[in-house]
Ligand binder design. Structure first.
Ligand code: ZN
Length: 238
């Protein structure tokens, strides 16, 4: 796609959290901007009118990066439906960390993605790269360690993903499908779980690289013509 990818970073928060004095959304937006890979990089926040996701903003968004943790229930169903329609129409969606429990993930993929094991003791997470040829895995080592993380463990109640890109192992013994892709309609979805708010995980170069790769992968590549409804009978000419 010749056009630069416009990104909107959405966050339920409006301020400092853990090691992020300007909010996780600022940290994510800053490294996306610094990569030089994208066009507009905007921030939208849950407390804003329409959660910052107006029709105009979403229509000008190629990829929505969605970070959330505790306030899924405060997201308006009408806005969830608006996001869903844009994804079906081709907008890419990155679901980060506890976005596993977001309404939009559930609406788009089904099953019960909010169901999983979890624990917060600051244990090590080892992230294994499973599909080295996938664009999201570009320049990702075979594995890397997050020194302190929140454990998310199987069983993760999702339908089988289109692609399983990363599996995490935790010091406490659990494993988790930490990087998965799905396609819904024309939209590409990438779920990536590392990113707990109490540890500086979004400062890690490996994590930034994966998210940048994910945004590039999820961006729409074309606008195909799709015909539906009753069709005229149109056999090949003899
Ligand atoms: Zn967390």
């Amino acid at each position: 796609m010749d056009k630069k990818i416009n990104v909107t970073v959405w966050d339920e928060s409006e301020g400092p959290i853990g090691p992020y004095p300007q909010g996780i959304y600022t940290a994510i937006a800053n490294f996306l901007k610094a990569s030089g890979e994208f066009g507009e990089v905007r921030i939208a926040l849950q407390p804003q009118p329409e959660h910052g996701l107006t029709e105009e903003t979403l229509n000008d968004t190629d990829v929505l990066v969605y970070w959330a943790h505790c306030y899924h229930h405060m997201v308006d169903d009408g806005i969830v439906e608006r996001i869903r329609r844009r994804v079906l129409d081709g907008m890419g969606l990155l679901l980060l960390h506890s976005a596993h429990a977001s309404k939009i993930f559930n609406r788009l993929v089904g099953a019960d993605p909010w169901k999983l094991r979890w624990r917060e003791v600051g244990e090590l997470e080892r992230v294994w790269r499973i599909e080295p040829a996938h664009p999201i895995c570009a320049n990702v080592p075979e594995f890397f360690d997050i020194p302190q993380s929140e454990m998310y463990g199987e069983q993760f109640h999702i339908p089988a993903p289109d692609e399983l890109l990363f599996i995490s192992w935790y010091e406490g013994g659990e494993v988790f499908r930490s990087g998965c892709t799905f396609t819904r309609g024309l939209g590409r979805i990438f779920f990536f779980s590392p990113g707990h708010e109490n540890f500086p995980i979004y400062d890690m170069p490996e994590i930034r690289n994966i998210i940048i790769n994910g945004v590039k992968w999820a961006a729409p590549t074309c606008k195909p013509t799709i015909t539906t409804g009753q069709q005229p009978f149109n056999p090949p000419k003899k």
